[in-house]
Design a binder for this molecule. Sequence first.
Ligand code: AKB
Length: 327
Amino acid sequence: MAKKKIKNILVTGSVGQIGSELTMALREKYGAGNVVAAGNRSKPSDALKNSGPFEWADVTDIMQIVDVVRRYKIDTIVNMSALLSAVGEKNPQLCWDVNINGLINTLEVARIFELNQVLCPSSIAVWGDGAPLENTPQETVLKPKTMYGVTKVAGELLCDYYVRRYGVDARGLRYPGIISAETLPGGGTTDYAVWIYYKAVEENKYQCFVREDTRLPMMYMPDCLKATIDLMEADFKKLKHHGDFNLGAMSFSAGQLAANIKKHIPEFTATYVPDDRQKIADSWPSSVDDSAARKEWGWNPSYDLDAMTKDMLAKLQKRFKKGKLYG
Ligand code: AKB
């Protein structure tokens, strides 16, 4: 098992909602020049492109990863490339290709080049039929209903396989819905919990695509960054789990979220017109038991709904006043 320190990091999928902010946080911590951001299709922001190295690389083509790993002497890969749940249902084959062939390519590169670590996020999408939906335990039935969920279960198993079979240090955590003010999410079921803030600031109203009583686990981006970096830095020897840590912070219904925003913007109104994504949301838990993460690497979230809403609205209102809500 490789035990060297994290020095040169490659973040694939760096242009996405989490990848973009994670890259900046890693650059802050490990030095801008030591964190390579890779993207495939979407244009990187100026901040991402100008603050450190940026490369175009497609995770489904192993040679493109090998090339970046060699040129930058990469020792750690954070594989954020993924098609999310809603967009994955529109193109299940592409979802499999990116999420699974992309992951196995990064694990293979880690094995062949003896990298220090691969981190690949999983999701609350791993659950479906048969799992308790309140305080979902770490170990329970994994029968997802979406292709995204299928790839996340398979991805967790692949990570665990590479740990056992090849001694690759592979880690992952089951992200809840992530809420952030910098990069918009692309194609997930929990996206409504981000859009509602943007639309509250922009138009004082939002038409939500899930029912008012839909309650899902959520997390504010600063906690997501903390969790990811804390797991990357955890002592591998102390981990009993590897690719599949439950991760919790807060749970609220769409109606509770709207009411929380209304405390700050009294004229805000939300309406609820469920679409196909409702079925996906209904198959996911309302809350998760993350005691393994707390015990094995000290996970402890900082933000609750009130603190998140205050911060989100302050950031978005500031940008809106400058005419730059969407960057
Ligand atoms: C999605 O909604 O697909 C993602 C997730 C919960 O993994 N945000």
